[in-house]
Design a protein around this ligand. Structure first.
Ligand SMILES: Cc1cc2nc3c(=O)[nH]c(=O)nc-3n(C[C@H](O)[C@H](O)[C@H](O)COP(=O)(O)O)c2cc1C
Length: 375
């Protein structure tokens, strides 16, 4: 059973990531979904005992406070779309050892998604056009929330809609439901069926304001790198009450069918994910971390521990694994262990020491100015 989130009415959520202690990587596998009161799978908000492993490895503090009582036991999240609603992968993944699970995108009404083909290979990545296939918010609550309530791992529900009203309505339905620890707003969704919320600071800010009014749950605003000035979007969502930012979603792209008679996937445009996305994700995290005080979750092309270390250095307090976890669902858990090892190898007691080391002492020029005029 999950512990209640620690929400202190009237007190601003803590902005600075905090840390707790987890067991070193080399240890008997013990935590599983919903089970332990200590270790990585402990209840949200619990305080574990420090421990050392049999070969004398030092304990490393990995936990991250995303605000409003949402504390991850480690910085490794399953990004939206990588593990469905979690239940589908519960036999294959030690979910209790994930920092958190972000669900598949959910809409007010069920969506069948796009026709096949939905994916195409692109250089160093994958092009996706899934079309937000999901059973709708009511079915999600009915089918999955009772199971989530028994898990120790924080579950963050990813929401998408065509209007701020629709998304606020979904948020109201999530409010107070046991098992739900936070909301991630997919700002790549089209506002009124037109441009994505995340392309305009006014639209992004208004959406977060509407959702903030509807819930006490932690809100994570997920940015798109397609925005011309991601810093303006980041500041707008922070001012509107977002507790954290995740960055980035897939980037719009196109691949052609083999006969060049049209696009390779049925949706036409798709979203690029995988290693091809990593420089975009790093750039956005680096820019955004310079202008906001709320924690940033880095996403995009993470596949190995060096990618995690890069994102932390660029200013991310946590990271999300997307497409790489589809092929290897245990990857986020292994990367959390490898992160602890990387800290130990550097003599660090806490992963927070790795956060922001690549940030400039003074604010860097925005990427909107172009690389040639950057410095
Ligand atoms: C199969 C799949 C489905 C996804 N569905 C969603 C979604 O519903 N909502 C969302 O915000 N992001 C979704 N994403 C985007 C990922 O969460 C992530 O932002 C993106 O894939 C970049 O990370 P990656 O390069 O590690 O995959 C999806 C990604 C994949 C691979």
């Amino acid at each position: 059973m999950k512990a209640k989130r620690k929400v202190l009415p009237g007190i601003a959520p803590k902005r600075t990531p905090t840390v707790r202690t987890i067991r070193p990587a080399i240890r008997p596998r013990q935590a599983s979904v919903g089970a332990p009161a200590t270790g990585p799978g402990r209840p949200v908000g619990a305080t574990p005992e420090a421990s050392t492993d049999a070969i004398g490895g030092r304990p490393v503090e990995l936990a991250v406070d995303l605000g409003r009582g949402l504390v991850l036991a480690n910085p490794l999240l399953a990004a939206s779309g990588s593990m469905g609603y979690g239940v589908e992968v519960a036999d294959a993944v030690d979910l209790g050892r994930l920092g958190g699970l972000v669900t598949r995108g959910t809409t007010l009404k069920p969506r069948a998604g796009h026709a096949a083909p939905r994916t195409a290979d692109v250089p160093a990545g994958l092009l996706l056009g899934i079309g937000l296939q999901n059973p709708g918010i009511e079915a999600v609550l009915e089918r999955y929330a009772p199971t989530w309530a028994r898990w120790s791992t924080p579950v963050i529900v990813n929401l998408c809609g065509e209007s701020a009203g629709d998304i606020a309505e979904m948020t109201r339905r999530l409010e107070g439901v046991p098992g739900i620890d936070g909301i991630e707003l997919n700002l790549s969704c089209a506002n009124g069926g037109r441009a994505a919320f995340g392309l305009d600071d006014g639209a992004a800010g208004s959406l977060v304001t509407a959702v903030r009014r509807a819930t006490e749950l932690p809100i994570i605003a997920k940015l798109t790198a397609a925005a011309s000035d991601v810093r303006a979007i980041a500041k707008a969502v922070e001012d509107a009450g977002a507790d954290a930012i995740s960055a980035i979603n897939t980037m719009p792209g196109l691949a052609l069918a083999a006969d060049r008679g049209g696009p390779a996937i049925a949706s036409g445009y798709g979203g690029i994910c995988g290693p091809a996305l990593r420089p975009h994700g790093l750039r956005v995290v680096w820019e955004v971390a310079q202008v906001v005080d709320i924690p940033v979750i880095g996403i995009g092309g993470i596949a190995v521990i060096d990618d995690v270390l890069d994102y932390l250095a660029a200013g991310a307090s946590a990271v999300g694994i997307g497409v790489a976890a589809l092929a290897d669902p245990m990857l986020p858990v292994r990367l959390a262990d490898e992160l602890a090892d990387a800290c130990r190898a550097r003599g660090l007691a806490s992963a927070s020491a790795l956060v922001g080391t690549a940030l400039p002492a003074r604010p860097a020029p925005p990427s909107t100015r172009g690389a040639e005029y950057g410095r």
